[in-house]
Design a protein around this ligand. Structure first.
Ligand code: ADP
Length: 407
């Protein structure tokens, strides 16, 4: 006997698991099926804040909006369902490609997704205001094309389609964010260079002192731009797994002593004292010295940048012959507990203002993490807001002896 479709009381739409038989049938006769989902984000928080009644009204309206698109944004024969476990998820199965095409085109699926999303958002805005909801309400949405596979159970097919749709949506978001971050980062120094160059051309050049001052700013910004482009190139090489570690026997104590003496004058300018607590010697290790130097300079530079005038930055190295640990300790601003894990993400900056003023681009730690991990090590941070931070790199000594592969 055919299983009866069970309808969700709130939206009047069928539950996903009760439409499996229909999907199974369609999978047997179709070359492709389109899968689109819409998921209301943070519904639990909304419920806590505004109560079940209000939120149920929202869901009911969303279900109605979905159903009303039948014959407009999708065909009469297509199927809409609500998640069996997550009632805030709406799923649309398209059984034939739009515009009489033979295959589902990405652009068509994208268009349908964004049109429905727009309708949902309009409803949320209208209804939400009437119901007294002041929060911004967001959706996750995505799409995938399902190719029937007779060896898979229908629930597995749907699960895989959902995974693919989520991943695609995530990648798209990452790309959009990345491009907007990069554009922003490039535009800031360029605007500055353009502004000062224009002022010079408009007449400021005749004042020698002003001219020198503006040229210095232009020069600094051009360097900043160059550093940014180098970091972006490093990251794209990392993504393409084209970073070659050029390892050789290295004396890390010597490397750290060199860095500290180079950085001393810069620290003094910011009225920061640098203390080096290094062992007399440690075994030579097989490492990419230039890249480790880049990481350590970044950590010490950060410790100075994010410290108050008069502070102390300590660079400490310890080893127990199995492991070498390098800590960069500051008494500066510190990092809020909630942000600690995020600072290793690309372009992530805790305080945009402070970081940007000091030339920060939020890329250094992402690169540092990669380089340290490529040496078989790890990087971590301990921090107390307002009291300071300790960045610690540990690298197992054994690992360092075999590192000349490509990463
Ligand atoms: P940036 O170039 O912005 O410094 P990083 O990737 O090196 O980029 O650091 C990411 C963010 O982590 C910084 O913008 C800053 O908010 C935070 N951060 C890094 N090091 C420290 C530190 N020693 N003290 C406080 N905050 C820090």
């Amino acid at each position: 006997m055919k299983k009866k479709t069970q309808l969700d009381r709130l939206t009047g739409l069928p539950f996903l698991n009760s439409v499996y038989p229909r999907i199974q049938e369609e999978l047997c006769i179709r070359k492709e099926i389109g899968y689109i989902f819409f998921d209301l984000v943070d519904f639990n928080e909304l419920q806590e804040k505004y109560g079940i009644e209000v939120c149920n009204k929202l869901i009911r309206n969303l279900g109605k909006t979905m159903a009303q698109q039948r014959g407009k944004l999708y065909r009469e024969d297509d199927l809409v369902a609500v998640g069996s476990q997550s009632p805030t998820r709406f799923i649309l199965f398209l059984f034939s490609p739009p515009r009489r095409k033979l295959r589902f085109a990405t652009n068509d699926l994208k268009l349908i997704t964004s049109r429905i999303l727009q309708k949902m958002q309009n409803i949320i805005r209208e209804k939400g205001t009437r119901l007294g909801i002041s929060d911004q309400i967001y959706f996750h949405s995505g799409f995938a094309v399902v190719i029937p596979d007779s060896s898979l159970e229908v629930d597995k097919v749907i699960y895989e389609a959902h995974k693919e749709a989520t991943l695609r949506a995530h990648l798209e978001k990452v790309m959009v964010n990345l491009i907007s971050n990069i554009s922003h980062e490039l535009r800031t120094p360029l605007t500055c260079i353009k502004g000062y160059a224009e002022t010079l051309l408009e007449g400021a050049m005749s004042d020698e002192e002003l001219c020198r001052k503006f040229l210095k700013i232009i020069n600094d910004e051009a360097h900043r731009l160059e550093r940014l482009i180098n970091d972006l190139l490093d990251l794209s090489m990392i993504d393409a797994r084209q970073v070659q570690m050029r390892c050789k026997e290295s004396d890390l104590v010597k490397v750290l002593n060199e860095i500290v003496s180079v950085i001393h004058p810069y620290a003094r300018k910011s009225n920061i004292t640098i203390k080096a607590e290094l062992p007399g010697e440690i075994p030579l290790i097989n490492a990419d010295e230039d890249r480790l130097r880049q990481v350590l300079i970044n950590l010490i530079d950060n410790a100075i940048k994010y410290s108050h005038s008069g502070g102390v930055v300590t660079v400490r190295m310890t080893t127990d012959r199995k492991e070498v640990a390098i800590s960069v300790i500051d008494e500066g601003f510190g990092i809020p507990e909630t942000e600690k894990d995020r600072i290793f993400e690309r372009f992530y900056r805790v305080d945009q203002g402070i970081s940007e003023k000091s030339g920060g681009r939020g890329l250094g730690l992402a690169i540092a993490k990669y380089i340290v991990e490529a040496h078989g090590g790890s990087i971590s941070v301990e921090s107390c807001l307002g009291k300071g931070s300790t960045f610690m790199i540990t690298m197992p000594l054994d690992e360092l002896w075999n590192k000349d592969e490509e990463y």
